[in-house]
Design a protein around this ligand. Structure first.
Ligand SMILES: [Fe+2]
Length: 346
């Protein structure tokens, strides 16, 4: 008898095992025949390869068939409330106003507060550098006053005041602290403002401040920060690195960054990160350092999941301004002193 010839019992076993979805390898082992022989016989009998056959990667069919046999996953429906359950919270944002400096953009800052007022904003967060400070080698040529009292009084006299709007500000460890180490310039700015009758300027911290927003059942944290260091080659690089450096437990829902004078919005590690432009034109120092200086403020709007306070919707509208030249027709300026540009002829 030809030992390679299949007997009736073997053919029946093969058919049964294929129908049960047994892998070719297992059938080959049971019948003590090579895999190729099993496949050849299956082909002759018109039997399809079992779905569980792993070697079917060669023809690419078995896994697709296997997928069809899987039970379909059942997804529930998410309630809209966990995405859209609270009212919009709206906050005004500014940073780097650098008051008492020739490059300040006081007219744009006042216009920003007019916008806040017309939009019904009652709370404005300021991400640091409210005044220009004084370090002779850096801004000695551009400050309007080089003294603490001079700048504090200038701030109280000129920072926009609008009925119903309170500005909460932090200070940075660059400009303001240059005044005098160990001196709390932020608290002093508030003190001088209060002495002049202003109660709308509130100092809330040095370098950074955590703000608890009570919208949902649990608080939503917003971190206001004035980091240090120079600008980066990309507007999003430093904000990303700052978020990377935050530890798990201290992550806020929203992070507002001053200092860099360029606008950017991104979401990193579930934190809505807003980098703020300033209200200062490019200074000589910035020009030498090749730092761009964007001018403007922002309107922040967000919704939270009321169950846990997580931010579920977030919108940032940057109100960027053009350079001073664009606004010449609207404001008085010293442009009449500049009669065009210099032309030298032989
Ligand atoms: Fe600044």
């Amino acid at each position: 008898m030809d030992k390679n010839k299949w007997n009736k019992q073997e053919l029946e076993t093969l058919t049964k095992m294929v129908v049960l979805g047994t892998p070719v390898e297992k059938i080959a082992e049971t019948l003590n025949r090579p895999n190729a022989s099993i496949r050849g016989q299956m082909q002759r009998l018109g039997l399809k390869a079992p779905n569980t056959q792993k070697t079917s990667l060669l023809d690419g069919l078995t896994h697709a068939e296997e997928a069809k046999r899987l039970e379909k996953p059942v997804f529930g429906r998410l309630p809209l409330s966990c995405l859209d359950s609270s009212d919009w919270t709206r906050i005004g944002l500014v940073a780097d106003t650098h008051l008492c400096c020739k490059e300040e953009r006081l007219e744009a800052l006042h216009q920003q507060y007019d916008l806040f007022k017309s939009e019904g904003i009652t709370q404005v967060l300021h991400a640091g550098n409210p005044i220009d400070g004084y370090v002779a080698r850096i801004n000695g040529e551009s400050v309007l006053s080089s003294t603490i009292d001079g700048q504090a009084k200038y701030f109280a006299d000129n920072y926009p005041a609008r009925t119903g709007i309170t500005t909460y500000f932090i200070t940075g460890d660059d400009h303001e602290s240059w005044f005098a180490p160990g001196f709390n310039i932020g608290a002093y700015l508030q003190f001088v403002a209060e002495e002049t009758g202003r109660t709308d300027l509130k100092y809330i911290g040095h370098v950074e401040s955590d703000i608890e927003l009570q919208v949902g059942k649990k608080p939503t944290m917003l971190k206001l920060m004035h980091p240090g260091g120079g600008s980066a080659y990309s507007r999003s690089y430093i904000p990303q690195k700052i978020v990377e450096s935050l530890e798990g437990g201290e992550k806020p829902s929203i992070l507002v960054l001053g200092h860099y004078h360029v606008h950017n919005y991104c979401v990193e590690r579930n934190i809505h990160v807003i980098s703020m432009p300033g209200f200062q034109d490019q200074t000589i120092f910035a020009r030498k350092k090749r730092l761009r200086m964007e001018v403007g403020g922002a309107l922040l709007e967000f919704k939270v999941n009321e169950d846990d306070g997580t931010v579920t919707r977030c919108k940032v509208e940057f109100n960027l301004r053009f350079n001073r030249g664009y606004y010449k027709k609207y404001i008085r300026s010293d442009s009449y002193l500049n009669k065009g540009h210099l032309i030298l002829s032989k």
